[in-house]
Design a protein around this ligand. Structure first.
Ligand code: PLP
Length: 436
C-alpha cells in the first residue's frame, strides 16, 4: 500500500493552500485533452493545462526529442558558450514570428520574458542616446507575470498590493472592457478610443520619458478581454509618434490561440518587441522567448564597445538545450498537424458552445476570440468567491478550467474535438446552472 502523501512541505503558488489541504484537487496522468486524478477520475482539460499544452498532452514526439537531447547534451552554459540547437530553434521560430521580429532571446518563463523585454527596451533607448526613457505604460487588469518588472506592470490589485516599494515607474491606461461590449463575440466594434489614454499619458508625463508600452493583445488572465477594432492600431500610431516601443506580451496568445501564429498577425499590428512562453514547448519544458527586430538589436550591438557583452542580461537556463529540443519538436507538430489553421477552423464551433451558456444564472458576460474565451460569473459573497467555487465544482464534475477572480478562462487545446467541446460545455452548463 502507498504511504499517505505528506503535503506539509510544498507551498503551492497562487493557491489557497489551507483550503487545498482540506480538499486536494490533483492530477496524476494526462493524455490528449484529459487528465486523471490519483483516484482515477477523468478530468477534461478545458484550459490546455495553463494555456500551454496547445497540442494536447502526452505528445510522444516531444518526449522522445527531450530524451534524446538529455542523452546527447544535457546542459550548455550560454554565457560566452552555446550549442547549435539554440540557433536552429531560433531560426525555426523566426519563420513563424511576425514580419521583422527575427532576433530571439531565450528565458525560462513568461515572467522572465517580460522582465527581459523591459530591460531590452531600457538598454535600447540608452544605446540610442535616450536614457531618459525610463517609464513604462501598462494597462489596468494587465497580467505580465510575477517578477518585479511584471509586478510593476500588473493591473490586478492582488498581484501588486503586498509588493509596493520595489516596483518600477509604470503608469496605467484603462482596460478596454466597457458595458456596451457585454456578450460580444470577437472584437468589439466600440472602444478603440480608449487607446487615446496613451496620448493623454504622453501629454501628462512627456512622451520622451516613456520607454515602452506593454499590452497583451488579448488580455488573457483577467478572463479574455478582446481588443476593440482599431484599438491596437491606435496604440501603434501613438507609439510611433512619440518614439515609444510597443511590446506585445503574447505569452498566452502565441502559437495559434487566435487562429494565427500570433495575435500580432491576426490583428495586423506589429510590435517592436514580443514575449512568448507557455505553448512554445507545449508546456513540456519551461522556456520563454523575447523577439525583436534587427534594427533594435543593431542599436544595442553598436553601443557596446570593447569586450563587453552587448546586453548585460541572461539566465543560467537561457536557451536550455533540452527546452530547445522540446521547442523544435513542438513547432514540428504545429506545422505538420496544421494546428493554427485548425484553431481558426474550430473557433466557430467553440464560440458557439461558449455563447450557448448565455442565460445561465451564474453567468454575467461571455467573451471570446479564436480558441480562447472568458466566462464572467455573477458576483458571489466576496470578490473571487464565485470563481473559486466554480473552479472547484467544475473539477468535481470532471472539467479543469482556470479561474481568476470571478472570471473563468476556457481555452482547450487546439487539437480538441467537437465532441470534447460539447462534453466540456455540458459540464459548464450543469455547474453554472446551479442556484448558489
Ligand atoms: C500575458 C502573460 N505574461 C506573462 C505571464 C507569466 O508567465 P509565467 O507564469 O510563465 O512566468 C503570463 C502567465 O500567465 C501571462 O499570461
Amino acid at each position: 500500500m502507498n504511504a499517505p502523501l505528506n503535503m506539509d512541505h510544498h507551498w503551492l503558488p497562487f493557491t489557497n493552500n489551507r483550503l487545498f489541504h482540506e480538499e486536494p484537487q490533483m492530477f496524476e496522468r494526462a493524455e490528449g485533452r484529459r487528465y486523471w486524478t490519483p483516484e482515477g477520475q477523468e478530468i477534461l482539460d478545458g484550459a490546455s493545462g495553463l494555456f500551454c499544452c496547445a497540442a494536447g498532452h502526452g505528445r510522444t514526439e516531444i518526449a522522445e526529442a527531450v530524451y534524446e537531447q538529455l542523452k546527447t547534451l544535457d546542459y550548455t552554459p550560454h554565457f560566452q558558450r552555446a550549442a547549435p540547437i539554440s540557433f536552429k530553434f531560433a531560426e525555426k521560430l523566426a519563420k513563424i514570428l511576425p514580419e521583422g521580429l527575427d532576433r530571439v532571446f531565450f528565458g525560462g518563463s513568461g515572467s522572465e520574458a517580460v522582465d527581459t523585454a523591459m530591460k531590452l527596451c531600457l538598454a535600447y533607448h540608452r544605446a540610442a542616446g535616450e536614457g531618459q526613457r525610463t517609464r513604462f505604460v501598462s494597462r489596468n487588469w494587465a497580467y505580465h507575470g510575477v517578477n518585479l518588472g511584471g509586478t510593476s506592470l500588473a493591473g490586478m490589485v492582488n498581484n501588486r498590493r503586498d509588493f509596493s516599494g520595489v516596483t518600477c515607474d509604470v503608469v496605467h491606461m484603462r482596460h478596454t472592457w466597457t458595458e456596451e461590449q457585454r456578450y460580444t463575440r470577437g472584437q468589439p466594434e466600440t472602444g478603440a478610443d480608449i487607446a487615446d489614454d496613451l496620448e493623454e499619458l504622453c501629454r501628462t508625463y512627456g512622451g520622451e520619458t516613456i520607454a515602452a508600452v506593454f499590452v497583451e493583445p488579448i488580455a488573457g488572465s483577467v478572463g479574455t478581454i478582446v481588443p476593440p477594432k482599431g484599438y491596437l492600431q491606435k496604440l501603434r500610431a501613438t507609439c510611433d509618434k512619440y518614439g515609444i516601443l510597443l511590446v506585445f506580451d503574447e505569452v498566452i496568445t502565441g502559437f495559434g490561440r487566435t487562429g494565427s501564429a500570433f495575435a500580432s498577425q491576426e490583428f495586423g499590428v506589429t510590435p517592436d518587441v514580443m514575449t512568448m512562453a507557455k505553448a512554445l514547448t507545449n508546456g513540456c519544458v519551461p522556456m520563454s522567448a523575447v523577439a525583436t527586430t534587427s534594427a533594435i538589436q543593431d542599436v544595442v550591438y553598436k553601443a557596446a564597445n570593447g569586450d563587453r557583452p552587448e546586453f548585460f542580461h541572461g539566465y543560467t537556463y537561457s536557451a536550455h538545450p533540452v527546452a530547445c529540443a522540446a521547442g523544435i519538436a513542438t513547432l514540428d507538430i504545429y506545422e505538420r498537424d496544421g494546428l493554427f489553421a485548425r484553431a481558426k477552423a474550430m473557433s466557430d464551433t467553440f464560440l458557439d458552445a461558449v455563447f450557448s451558456l448565455r442565460n445561465l444564472p451564474n453567468v454575467s458576460d461571455l467573451r471570446g476570440y479564436g480558441m480562447m474565451s472568458g466566462i464572467q460569473l455573477t458576483p458571489g459573497a466576496a470578490p473571487g468567491a464565485k470563481g473559486s467555487w466554480a473552479q472547484r465544482e467544475l473539477f468535481k464534475a470532471g472539467l479543469h478550467l482556470k479561474a481568476t477572480g470571478d472570471a473563468l478562462i476556457f481555452a482547450p487545446a487546439l487539437t480538441v474535438t467537437e465532441e470534447e467541446i460539447a462534453a466540456m460545455t455540458d459540464i459548464l452548463r450543469s455547474v453554472l446552472g446551479r442556484s448558489v
